[in-house]
Design a protein around this ligand. Structure first.
Ligand code: ADP
Length: 879
């Protein structure tokens, strides 16, 4: 529709029906001067454009422009630009068209050529109207109207009224639209311009058609038709027939519609107006489409498409694509009902067409086109059951309609703005014209302002860039931080996991190594105690020494892991320091004797008898220090001494010293020996064995108890390791009480021991160890948990040695059953014996009600010591 008017306006405004191309070329040949040549070239360009020879039109326009510029013929330049703009306008290249029109307008303004100014403004207005920018279109039409009013050009003024009427018509304000058409009509009438009147009647008819008043519409269109016939006929007839055809179609008179459209098409053909021919094909296609004659409809639509493709008009192409897609869709939709005709068009065909159409409609920016395309897309998506897409397109459609509805509501506002804009621009023009000096001054000022703006702009941009950079930096920093946190979180998780895996692995290895070691150590001990050849003795001792070393290493590693994992819990129980020292002495006496080193224990008389603390950790540390002393001393003595170093109320500071006369430690190595896996020199392992873990563990254990471990040493002279620890002293202590008796003493005579162990060999080793060490010991053996409970109930043993992994009931279950029984004997000491020597297992044993824990393979001395301690404690408690 809109293009129809554009063509119409130009036909009128620029007097299209002029001389033929041949006569124009003649004129060009005989042109007397350059200005005339420029004018003729421009007219040739226009002729080409009218003949749809767009590229030739553009070429001639440019030729005209070049010549005009060279000769300083400004009006010629302006006209050339106008035709260049026209070329783009025809090709629907709105942006380029507007640029060229503006250049032309400015030149006309400069030349004070009001008629051409108004004309160009109208052309610009039309471009805006075609891209649905109705308010901007009106700005230009109003300006043009005022200029034309001022110069009294009624014909152009009437044309402008018509244009304004068309904008209001497109806006849906039919009242305003008709008012403007009437104003045009008055002007044409008073000038006796029948063609103008015909054109205006045509517009009025189309408005009534849109209003659904078909009778009135038909009357006006009939008048339009007869007027044109009388005076012309002119090419306006094409439009009048088209309008009439639409009226018939809309009022359901398809046959008449078709006949009228055909007339319009033939006229277009006659005038060689390809654009209107395409429109004619479209109109016919629509009638066929509405009659479900799809094949015919497609034929017409495709012919329109072919023409438009040749012309390269994007708006037309878009219309054709939507039309064709519409027919395809109808075919798809009707497939269920009828089976005749061609196979259904594919989904791809339809969506490809619509996709292209949407893109074109968006580029052109015409509201009606977009609405039509979206509506067809909604239909297509629904037809192919793509309801998600259908909803999406529907939403786009609503948004579009909303925005236009909003624009509609704001129309009066837009009008006001339009008027304001117009006045302002006019004032500007007046000002520019009247005061050249002011103009120059203003330009200077503007230049300065521009510079200020530019500088301001640049600073602003720099500021913004700076801010953005900062924001980006902050964001990046935040992101990095978040990432780091996540990494840390994962690492932590990994570490926890690996800590767990490490512990599981250690537990497994510990168990796996201890079981065969139990056998080895047990067997060697038995062999050594029984009769053997002297030559075998040293080998047996070597085996025992190596096994013991191996066990120490395992214990060390386990201890260290537990310490590092913070899983070692300290006890706070009453114990005797002197007693602990004695025990240590006894346990190490054999080793010292073996090396020919004198082991001495120094306990002052006034030492407090009972302190509160963790006796196990204390003896572990002192055993390690004294063990090292013996290991690194070949001659002389090792002394374990204790003394009170200070006191604060009931808290005593004890200083333990382990002195030796051994190899000593070079001063530069002293610090290193407390580190894990570190020895004073690389020779140590080869000569003395060891892992370098003992001191690390000892130091940690001491520090855990709030104490301090240190050393003074002189190479070749010996070392003194000292430990300072605070203990609370139990004042009610009976000083005269005898110290805990050692193993094998009277107290253990005739002891009744229940061995709960399913492994035959272990039972053998235990039997042997106990019967050798304890006088008149009575032994009972249960090989599963249930039997253990029975034997305990029947015999009430003095002590139970309980294996954990047992058939029927495990050791924990047995212990709990005994503790729960509530019988008098439930205070019986139970020693857990297991190859799983991990702290967690130990804890569980204590939780199940057991009193002691001995890792397998057991150290006979350790076992006897613990039996002794437990029995003594019980007797002491029983007293
Ligand atoms: P290990 O004894 O298993 O090597 P330790 O951590 O107990 O591990 O000792 C670390 C190192 O400190 C020893 O290897 C040794 O070099 C040195 N050391 C410890 N005690 C003594 C000592 N009494 N006399 C000389 N050197 C010692």
């Amino acid at each position: 529709m809109s293009l129809l008017w554009a063509g119409l306006f130009l036909a009128q405004g620029l007097n299209a029906q002029g001389p033929t191309m041949v006569s124009l070329l003649d004129e060009l040949q005989s042109a007397a001067d350059d200005s005339t040549r420029v004018n003729v070239l421009n007219r040739i360009a226009l002729k080409h454009l009218e003949l749809n020879q767009f590229n030739k039109g553009l070429e001639r326009s440019r030729e005209a422009y070049e010549l005009a510029r060279k000769t300083g013929y400004l009006r010629g330049e302006a006209l050339s630009w106008y035709h260049i703009a026209l070329y783009h306008d025809y090709r629907n290249q709105s942006r380029e068209a507007l640029d060229a029109y503006s250049t032309s307008l400015h030149t006309f303004e400069y030349l004070d050529d009001s008629v051409n100014m108004a004309r160009t403004m109208n052309s610009i207005g039309l471009v805006y109207k075609n891209t649905s920018s109705f308010d901007t279109a009106l700005v230009y039409f109003y300006r043009s109207r005022e200029i034309l009013r001022a110069i009294g050009d009624d014909q152009e003024l009437a044309a402008t009224f018509n244009l304004i009427g068309l904008v209001y018509g497109a806006w849906g304000d039919y009242e305003e639209s008709l008012e403007n058409f009437m104003a045009a009509m008055d002007l044409y009438q008073s000038a006796g311009n029948a063609l103008g009147m015909s054109l205006t009647y045509n517009h009025i008819g189309s408005i009534y058609c849109m209003l659904g008043e078909y009778g009135k519409a038909e009357d006006y269109l009939d008048i339009a038709l007869s007027l044109n016939m009388e005076v012309g006929p002119t090419r306006d007839l094409i439009d009048i027939y088209t309008e009439l055809g639409m009226l018939y179609q809309e009022s359901g008179r398809s046959q008449e519609a078709m006949a009228t459209y055909e007339k319009s098409l033939n006229l277009a053909r006659y005038y060689n107006n390809l654009r209107k021919m395409a429109e004619g094909f479209d109109n016919l296609g629509r009638v066929y489409h509405s009659q479900a004659k799809y094949a015919e409809a497609l034929q017409f639509f495709n012919r329109a498409l072919d023409i438009r493709r040749d012309l390269g008009i994007s708006h037309g192409l878009m219309v054709s694509r939507v039309n064709i897609a519409g027919v395809y869709l109808s075919q798809v939709e009707s497939m269920g009902a009828s089976t005749e005709g061609a196979p259904a068009p594919s989904r791809e065909m339809i969506f490809n067409l619509l996709g292209d159409a949407l893109q074109e409609a968006r580029t052109i920016g015409n509201y009606t086109d977009l609405v039509e395309t979206y509506e067809t897309l909604v239909r297509a998506s629904a037809a192919f059951s793509e309801y998600g897409d259908a909803v999406m397109y529907q939403e786009a459609l609503y948004k579009l309609k909303d925005s236009v509805a909003g624009a509609d509501q704001n129309r009066s506002l837009a009008e006001l703005q339009t008027r304001f804009e117009r006045d302002r621009q006019e004032q500007e023009i007046m000002l520019l014209k009247s005061e050249k000096k002011v103009q120059e001054a203003r330009m200077r000022q503007q230049r300065i302002e521009r510079i200020i703006y530019v500088l301001g702009g640049i600073s602003l941009v720099i500021l913004i860039i700076g801010l953005l950079n900062r924001m980006a930096f902050m964001n990046r920093a935040r992101r990095e931080l978040e990432q780091k946190n996540r990494q840390i979180e994962t690492e932590k998780h990994k570490a926890e996991n690996s800590e767990q895996v490490k512990e599981q692995f250690l537990s497994k290895m510990n168990h796996e190594i201890r079981i065969p070691m139990t056998t080895i150590v047990g067997s060697v001990n038995i062999l050594l105690k029984n009769k053997h050849l002297d030559s075998q003795g040293k080998y047996l001792s070597a085996i025992r020494q190596s096994s013991e070393n191996l066990l120490v290493i395992i214990d060390d590693i386990l201890d260290l892991t537990s310490l590092e994992a913070g899983r070692v819990k300290l006890e706070a129980v009453p114990f005797s320091i002197a007693g602990e020292l004695d025990n240590i002495g006894q346990m190490l006496s054999f080793k010292a004797a073996e090396k020919g080193v004198d082991l001495r224990i120094e306990i002052p008389d006034h030492l407090p008898e009972t302190v509160i603390g963790d006796p196990i950790r204390l003896s572990q540390v002192l055993m390690n220090l004294a063990g090292n002393g013996i290991k690194f001393t070949d001659e002389g003595h090792v002394t374990i001494a204790v003394q009170v170093a200070g006191r604060e109320e009931d808290r005593f500071r004890f200083r333990f010293e382990v002195r030796d006369t051994g190899i000593g430690i070079p001063p530069d190595r002293v610090d290193r020996i407390f580190r894990s896996f570190t020895q004073a020199d690389s020779e140590t392992t080869r000569k003395y064995g060891g892992t370098g873990l003992g001191l690390t563990i000892s130091k940690q254990l001491v520090e855990m108890q709030g104490g301090h471990l240190g050393v003074t040493s002189e190479p070749g002279m010996g070392s003194c390791f000292f430990v300072e620890l605070d203990y609370r002293v139990e004042e009610r202590e009976d000083r005269s009480r005898k110290r805990d008796p050692g193993p094998g003493e009277e107290v253990l005579k005739g002891l009744k021991v229940l061995i709960v162990e399913d492994d035959e060999f272990n039972v053998m080793v235990l039997r042997d160890t106990l019967s050798t060490a304890l006088e008149e010991v009575r032994l009972e053996v249960a090989t599963d948990g249930r039997a253990a409970l029975d034997l305990w109930a029947a015999g009430e043993p003095d002590i139970i040695l309980l294996d954990i992994e047992l058939p029927e009931m495990n050791g924990h279950e047995v212990a709990r059953a005994i503790r729960r029984s509530g019988r008098t004997g439930n205070g019986v000491p139970i020693i857990a014996m297991t190859a799983n020597a991990l702290p967690r297992e130990m804890e569980e044993c204590f939780n199940s009600g057991m009193n002691e824990f001995i890792p397998k393979p057991f150290d006979p001395d350790d076992l006897l010591l613990k039996i002794n301690q437990l029995i003594s404690k019980q007797q002491y408690a029983g007293k």
